[in-house]
Design a protein around this ligand. Structure first.
Ligand code: ARG
Ligand code: ZN
Length: 480
């Protein structure tokens, strides 16, 4: 979907940013080069835009065998005699516009495809990839990092920034958002959960087929597949969204706390809509993994985040739900243009936790801001990571989250309540279903507030070391 999105957000800004990226994009891009992300230069591909992924998959939990057909509906953006896909699994065949094509692996996460006939820029290009492999067995250059998490009861595809290439061939960068249909066949005692709306489900010959549709654009890392013997709870929100929550039975004594958290999704969403604007998607839910998956994090997969059991070890946790649901706006509806823009995701999702705390009467935003500032001593390495440019190894450093949320609070204190509210909702409208950079956010904040915010953002996002003071109410905003 990159084309229409780029038109909407202004092709110049995003493309200019990527072209400044580095060696990979200095010369004409070659297949396998990557889309030009400064932090992850080999991720994603050039030469085409994916509009839609159609995945027809079979999964065998006992052997971890995943097989199927991925059909990528794309448009060539250059004349192509070769192009690349991001994928780690063993490919059986690839057809481009109906014709069998040759392909080879680059030895890591790329498959280089040579269509039988070159494809002209502007033409539709349909790529059909047949594959079968055992995702837990594949190796790649980042060693132990995997997006495929097995458990006794199944498997979950989950990771950031890398996950898609363990389960479907893709243009694996947030810049190329697309819609998804995911059809999964599993043994009938299992459930297969993905994103968006469950449009159908049927059982025959001992297998159940699940049909999931995500019909608003999603970044590739926001697509998930979770197979397990889940306990499922479905419903409809007051505003008519279908709800589908899945709980791993291995949660055992944590089941109550997990449900007491995830079943509050609708309520938390309603609270967040007051600050972020209307919920951008048409389905809602959560998937809670069991302890045997070894999953130690949560991730905001579109419409249906996945949560580690660990978040519920000490009782209910509405904050992790607030965090992952806030990402539906901050990261999913408006996605990073480059991975270095990660503050736009984690800073705001973390701030959403603080907002919920104040709403719940469990500590005000200001109290939490003061606590975060004070509890990280001046000489702590925490202050050496710049949330606005943390470096590829630190995109999920706690500074991106906590100092990132302090930056949001600093902005709010500087511009006041009305301008802050306006910035948040205008951002969502201006970049709806698109991508954006931190620089674009700063530009908008300055435009809406009419203030020069250079120093504020330099201090909180781009300078190593602890700022002199925590963010605090300004004399002018205190009277509001
Ligand atoms: N976006 C996720 C969150 O909400 C981050 C997950 C990163 N962890 C990982 N192992 N990839 O915090
Ligand atoms: Zn997050």
């Amino acid at each position: 979907m990159a084309r229409s999105r780029l038109r909407r957000v202004g092709a110049a800004s995003v493309t200019a940013v990527l072209l400044a990226a580095g060696p990979a994009t200095m010369a004409a891009a070659a297949p396998g080069d990557g889309i030009g992300d400064p932090y992850f230069p080999t991720y994603g591909n050039t030469g085409y835009d994916i509009e839609h992924y159609d995945l027809r998959l079979n999964y065998q939990p006992d052997t971890d065998r995943l097989s199927g057909t991925a059909t990528l509906v794309t448009e060539a953006t250059e004349d192509l005699d070769k192009f690349s896909l991001d994928f780690l699994l063993d490919v059986r065949s690839i057809r481009v516009n109906g014709k069998k094509s040759t392909f080879e692996s680059d030895g890591d996460h790329k498959v280089i495809v040579t269509p039988k006939a070159p494809v002209d820029a502007g033409d539709q290009m349909t790529v059909v990839v047949k594959y079968a492999d055992v995702p837990s067995s594949v190796k790649w250059s980042k060693g132990e990092v995997t997006g495929w998490h097995r458990s006794d009861g199944g498997a979950i595809a989950l990771g950031e920034p890398e996950v898609a290439w363990w389960w479907f061939p893709s243009n694996d960068h947030p810049l190329d958002k697309a819609t998804f249909d995911v059809r999964v066949s599993v043994p009938e005692d299992y459930k297969a959960v993905s994103n968006g709306v469950l449009t159908g489900q049927f059982t025959r010959a001992g297998r159940t087929v699940y049909l999931w549709r995500q019909d608003q654009p999603a970044a590739t890392y926001l697509a998930t597949l979770a197979v397990g013997k889940y306990e499922v709870n479905t419903g409809t929100t007051a505003s008519g969204l279908p709800v589908y929550n899945a709980y791993d039975p291995g949660l055992d004594s944590l089941m109550g706390a997990a449900k007491a958290s995830i079943e509050r999704s609708e309520e938390i969403l309603e609270f967040q809509e007051q600050d972020f604007g209307p919920y951008p998607f048409n389905a809602l839910g959560g998937i809670v993994a069991g302890p045997d998956s070894g999953l130690g994090f949560a991730l905001e997969t579109q419409t249906r985040p996945v949560y580690s059991h660990a978040f519920f070890a000490r009782g209910s946790n509405p904050y992790v739900v607030a965090h992952e649901l806030a990402h539906q706006w901050w990261g999913n509806h408006v996605s990073v243009a480059r991975w270095q823009d990660i503050w736009l995701n984690e800073g705001f999702a973390s701030y959403a936790e603080w907002m919920l705390s104040e709403h719940e009467g469990e500590g005000t935003v200001q109290e939490i801001a003061d606590y975060v500032y004070d509890s990280n001593p001046e000489d702590d390495p925490f202050w050496q990571v710049k949330p606005g440019d943390p470096g590829a190894d630190n995109v999920f450093h706690s500074a991106v989250y906590d100092r990132g949320a302090l930056a949001v609070h600093a902005l709010r204190m500087e511009v006041g309540e009305a301008a802050f509210a306006d910035i948040l909702t205008t951002w969502q409208q201006e970049h709806a279903n698109g991508n954006a950079t931190v620089e674009e956010f700063i530009e908008l904040a300055e435009k809406v507030s009419g203030q020069d915010l250079t120093e504020l953002f330099d201090t909180w996002l781009y300078t190593e070391g602890r700022p002199a003071e925590p963010p605090a109410p300004q004399a002018t905003t205190r009277t509001l």
